[in-house]
Design a protein around this ligand. Structure first.
Ligand code: URA
Length: 434
């Protein structure tokens, strides 16, 4: 087999065979195919697309390019969750402890943030002492003993995706449904859980800007998961404005803790209950989604959810005191307020622009190696649909670098649109695909 033939074939609209896909993935992973040929194939795929079978073969080949975890020695039905990424998305920090407190084990590997989206691992590192790198043995032990462990993505999982994702990032080939499906599902299938719940984001701040595209991506991923023999479902949810009010690492963990106590913002509370309730159902601890939601709500009310988070923090070497005392989190030296310039109603808050403002404040990275200011970020006092008076605070920007804060403030100003007439907040949960 040769790479040039594969390139001609896909460029001209042909269907790739399993053998061609296996050849490309295995040879590229071991460095036998150069980046320029891989880039050409990615671009051909971008324009010609992958059909169902090609997507499945690519997913499998990428999954098999690295380590495949077997979690069979952990009792119970393990359910994993994946969000396609967004701004202010701290749901893993809420959904994980909610599920574990209902008896569904969560063995989760999460990523770091890059660009304007945040990563769960960075958020967790805002907890003093918290270890996101654990040995496989310790990872399993923590799940067995506390019912939950969240660590950084193992370097060995889906090795092909690491190389391909980095290449897609610099060749304008990230936002293709087949490639996104194979990238996400190869990692989820290799991570060893019995069930997978996907949160497919839709809107300005997401890869999929409209409902139809988000729906297609969700369907493709659910189909791949089921074909691979895993229980799989997806919710399509809104990402036209940031999720919750806090954006930035330490401040998102604080918001997650408030939400676990039942005192969080309405949108993130609804999303967390919806996702966790479904995972409890998938994990066999409820006979319906509704019953699952009721169970997680009980854990919010009776303190079980926040206790579970504390147990996880302690098991992973962190300071469990943060759950009661927010002054233990890294604190920003400076704050600046964004004031409204007119009276009316918040019409829109562009999630991508708030994400960039948060990144500028110091909360995010531009390059993988960049250090982040864990205390930095933005708090949205006003969200879509809420009334605002001229001179009232729309958002607060915070961090340790005064200059960065003034740039972040100017950026955040561009995110807000104010209308004269009342505006309806966007519908958060759009669809369940299962
Ligand atoms: N997240 C991933 O892991 N891969 C993609 O391709 C897109 C989002």
């Amino acid at each position: 087999m040769n790479m040039l033939e594969i390139l001609y074939h896909k460029r001209d609209g042909g269907k790739l065979s399993k053998e061609q896909i296996d050849f490309f993935v295995s040879q590229y992973t071991k460095g036998a195919i150069p980046d320029y040929q891989a880039s050409a194939l990615l671009m051909a795929i971008f324009f010609r697309d992958l059909d169902r079978e090609e997507t499945y073969w690519l997913t499998r080949a990428m999954m098999e390019s690295g380590e495949i975890l077997d979690l069979a020695d952990i009792p119970g039905i393990k359910v994993d969750k994946h969000s396609t990424g967004g701004v202010g998305d701290k749901t893993t920090l809420i959904v994980g402890p909610l599920c574990a407190s209902c008896g569904v084990p969560v063995a989760k590997m999460s990523g770091r943030g890059l660009g304007f989206t945040g990563g769960t691992v960075d958020k967790l590192e805002a907890i003093p002492g918290f270890q996101t790198t654990l040995s496989q043995e310790r990872f399993r032990q923590v799940v067995r003993e506390t019912g939950i462990c969240v660590i950084g993505q193992s370097q060995g999982i889906a090795a092909a995706d690491k190389k391909l994702y980095a290449l897609r990032d610099v060749t304008a080939t990230v936002d293709n449904k087949g490639l996104i499906t194979a990238s996400i599902m190869s990692k989820k299938l290799a991570a060893g859980s019995d069930g997978i719940l996907l949160d497919v984001k839709c809107g300005q701040g997401a890869f999929m800007k409209n409902l139809e595209d988000a729906r297609k991506l969700a369907r493709a991923m659910v189909e791949i998961g089921k074909t691979a023999g895993k229980q799989t479902a997806a919710f399509v949810t809104d990402m036209s404005q940031p999720l919750g009010r806090a954006v930035g690492n330490a401040s998102e963990v604080m918001e997650a803790i408030r939400t676990l106590r039942g005192q969080g913002p309405e949108d993130i509370t609804l999303l967390a209950k919806t996702l966790a309730g479904y995972m409890v159902f998938m994990g066999g601890k409820a006979s319906s989604h509704e019953e699952g939601m009721k169970k997680v709500e009980d854990q919010m009310k009776n303190g079980g959810a926040v206790r579970k988070l504390k147990e996880m923090i302690l098991a992973q070497g962190g300071d469990g005191g943060v759950v009661e005392d927010f002054s233990l989190f890294p604190q920003p030296a400076f704050r600046a307020e964004l004031k409204g310039e007119e009276t009316g109603f918040v019409e829109s808050i562009r999630a991508d622009v708030i994400g960039s403002a948060s990144q500028i404040s110091g909360a995010g990275r531009e390059k993988k190696e960049d250090a982040i200011d864990l205390s930095a970020g933005i708090y949205l006092q006003k969200k879509v649909g809420e009334p605002v008076e001229k001179g009232e605070t729309l958002a607060v920007v915070f961090g340790n670098d005064r200059e960065k804060l003034s740039l972040a403030l100017e950026k955040a100003r561009l995110a807000y649109d104010i209308a004269e007439k009342p505006v309806k907040a966007p519908e958060l949960i759009k669809e369940l695909i299962c």
